[in-house]
Design a protein around this ligand. Structure first.
Ligand SMILES: [Zn+2]
Length: 157
């Protein structure tokens, strides 16, 4: 579901224009880093945010500001200090650091690596924002398919 929502988001958000005009990327979101377009780095990031047990941190009850079963609230998870997430680091603060590194790196290969991490991270953060708009994620209803599928994601597709 996240990949589809992410693709749809770019038709309204002027990412393409921003990349061309502000960052000098002639191909906009079709610019490639390590053979993969910006657009795909972002959509892959959206998909990868659920990998490796990270999804236990994708819940946020707005009445208690708590997450699922003692895990991080999605809002806290998304805004942890750089380097503080378990497994891989893609909080807002990590991604801002990756972006700064991309803008200041003097070697092309390093700059490309930081841009790839930045765009993947943007997708991972977008995933968290999307999850916080899903009823099951704000009611702490776990819903791993196919056993406890509440049908919401199928409906949204
Ligand atoms: Zn999720």
């Amino acid at each position: 579901m996240n990949e589809h929502i992410s693709k749809g988001s770019f038709t309204e958000f002027p990412l393409n224009k921003y990349l061309k005009n502000e960052l000098g990327m002639k191909k906009g979101y079709d610019e490639k880093f390590f053979g993969k377009e910006v657009f795909h780095w972002i959509s892959d990031g959206g998909a990868r945010e659920d990998a490796g047990g990270r999804s236990v941190n994708h819940f946020h009850n707005p009445l208690t500001n708590r997450g699922l079963f003692g895990n991080y609230s999605a809002m806290i998870w998304a805004t942890l200090p750089a380097g503080a997430q378990r497994l891989q680091n893609y909080s807002w603060n990590d991604v801002r650091d990756y972006y700064l590194q991309a803008l200041t790196a003097t070697e092309k290969s390093k700059r490309d690596n930081w841009f790839a991490l930045t765009f993947r991270g943007v997708g991972q953060i977008m995933h968290l924002v999307q999850d916080m708009s899903v009823p099951a994620h704000v009611r702490a209803d776990i819903h791993p398919p196919p056993f406890w599928n509440d049908g919401y994601e199928e409906w949204a597709k």
